[in-house]
Design a protein. Structure first.
Length: 109
């Protein structure tokens, strides 16, 4: 087997196993939240939703007729949008920081 293909398969399996694991979430909350144990901060939740949205989007590219996943994706996007709207009203500096860190479009007009 080709070495690059083996590396790719290993990375894919590792990502699939790590998706939604405790270590994976802790890493997200450490990077974007206030601390690793503060799972309720709006920034941490937005970052978690963003990575989950990216994962579900990739799944739907391969499985176009998976309508239950499509509904879950729409709900996640709505939750993220509501959290971003809350951040915008509460503290615009935090909103701008998380938008920049996650490279999201400015949805609040």
């Amino acid at each position: 087997m080709h070495p690059q293909l083996t590396e790719f398969i290993y990375a894919l399996v590792l990502f699939t196993v790590m998706y939604l694991s405790k270590e994976w979430k802790t890493e997200i909350f450490t990077k974007h939240g206030k601390s690793a144990t503060d799972t309720g901060s709006a920034e941490g939740q937005v970052a978690l939703f963003t990575t989950r949205i990216a994962h579900l989007t990739e799944h739907l590219k391969k499985n176009k007729h998976d309508f239950s996943t499509q509904l879950s994706l729409q709900k996640l996007v709505g939750k993220r949008r509501a959290l971003l709207a809350y951040l915008y009203k509460k503290d615009i500096a935090r909103y701008r920081a998380i938008i920049k860190a996650l490279q999201l479009r400015d949805i609040i007009k």
